[in-house]
Design a protein around this ligand. Structure first.
Ligand SMILES: NC(=O)c1ccc[n+]([C@@H]2O[C@H](COP(=O)([O-])OP(=O)(O)OC[C@H]3O[C@@H](n4cnc5c(N)ncnc54)[C@H](O)[C@@H]3O)[C@@H](O)[C@H]2O)c1
Length: 345
């Protein structure tokens, strides 16, 4: 079986994770890195991969089968559409884009080209989340009633040297909370409406540093989520779930999902339930479900190959990811107005 020719566009923080995985890969040949920065050029030279500063020039010179787009959010649509128009499959980092109009444009380009458009909501490939979803779908928790999630962490000051991270759209709602929204959608189904408050009281940037959100799901379940990039706290998926060695792991829970007949915590996967008589005067039992760690970025890349070859259905298509974007854009809107915002179909 021929390896697929893969280019990585954007060799910044997450692009380097993709590059590290794509080097010496069983299914992909890394044929190009595209970026305009000196560190990216140095990296390409170090690992002996052709370097380009321009996407169009790379497409015609290297003729990749597939690309990973890991550039700033506002560039995803233009770069993705250009690649799809050149008959190249696209795995674009989350959020799919930063506007719904751009997301629709990107999805339409994939349809028109008949090419794969996957979106990098990598938590969906994590064994922990998949096991939790299996528990929910088995009915063990009964009817889902509520969820509470925390995404509180501290981004170091140099992170904000990149100007786009200080401006609207570069903050933790779109960059980080979208992962939690996508996680909750994956577990609990579609969101009906959102209400939120946001603040920039710590960093004072144009963009928020903190937000508190209430979500109403179409099923009738309710959830709350808190996100902040300005707190000294362990309660966030990146620290707790062990997806990346860049984060020192903390053995804490970050998401608490409750149903009429049981609850599950993530990422520790503790299932709480009554074994006989039910009610808060009865003893609750706790079962911890043990799992081996998986690398969701590696699993996502394997899946990209399988979807391109027609062997698997997309775990996170463009249209699916657009609904997570729609929810976070609605969260921005409700945080500004104070009014609940309905999510359209
Ligand atoms: N899935 C995840 O876990 C995860 C984690 C971090 C970031 N992200 C997403 O990945 C994207 C990139 O984030 P980051 O933190 O790596 O950003 P970054 O700023 O560290 O890196 C972006 C890179 O893109 C390059 N770039 C900018 N415009 C370009 C263009 N037109 N063509 C080619 N290269 C260009 C920049 O030079 C830079 O090297 C964002 O959409 C972000 O939301 C996803």
């Amino acid at each position: 079986m021929r390896k697929l020719r893969l280019a990585v566009i954007g060799a910044g923080a997450i692009g380097r994770t993709h590059i590290a995985l794509a080097r010496d890969h069983a299914l992909f040949e890394l044929v190009a890195i595209v970026d305009g920065s000196a560190p990216a050029q140095t990296l390409a030279a170090q690992i002996g991969v052709p370097y380009h500063t321009d996407v169009a020039a790379m497409l015609s010179a290297e003729k990749p089968d597939a690309v990973i787009v890991a550039t700033p959010n506002a560039t995803h649509a233009d770069i993705g559409v250009m690649c799809l128009a050149a008959d190249v499959h696209v795995l674009v980092e989350k959020p799919i884009t930063d506007t719904l109009a751009d997301a629709r444009r990107l999805c339409a380009a994939a349809d028109a080209a008949g090419k794969v458009l996957l979106v990098g909501h990598q938590r969906r490939y994590n064994g922990i989340l998949r096991a939790a979803r299996g528990i929910v779908q088995s009915g063990r928790l009964g009817q889902l009633v509520s969820a509470t999630g925390m995404a509180t962490f501290l981004k170091p000051d140099p992170y904000f040297d990149m100007a786009w991270r200080r401006r609207q759209g570069g903050g933790p709602i779109l960059i980080n909370l979208i992962h939690d929204i996508d996680l909750l959608r994956f577990l609990m189904g579609e969101i009906d409406s959102v209400q939120a408050a946001s603040a920039n009281a710590v960093r004072g940037f144009e963009v928020e540093d903190t937000a508190a959100v209430i979500l109403r799901f179409k099923s009738g379940a309710l959830a709350t989520m808190t996100v902040s990039d300005s707190t000294t706290a362990p309660w966030n998926w990146d620290l707790a779930a062990g997806e990346s060695a860049h984060y020192p792991r903390q053995d804490v829970n970050t998401h608490f999902i409750s149903g009429t007949h049981g609850s599950v915590t993530l990422p520790r996967l503790e299932v709480w339930e009554y074994r006989s008589d039910r009610g808060w005067h009865q003893p609750l039992t706790q079962e911890r479900i043990a799992l081996h760690d998986t690398n969701p970025y590696a699993e996502q890349l394997r899946h990209f190959d399988a979807v391109i070859r027609g062997q698997e259905e997309p775990v996170c298509s463009g249209v699916d990811a657009m609904r997570s974007l729609q929810a976070v854009l609605a969260i921005h809107e409700t945080a500004a107005s104070g009014e609940a915002v309905q999510i359209g179909d």
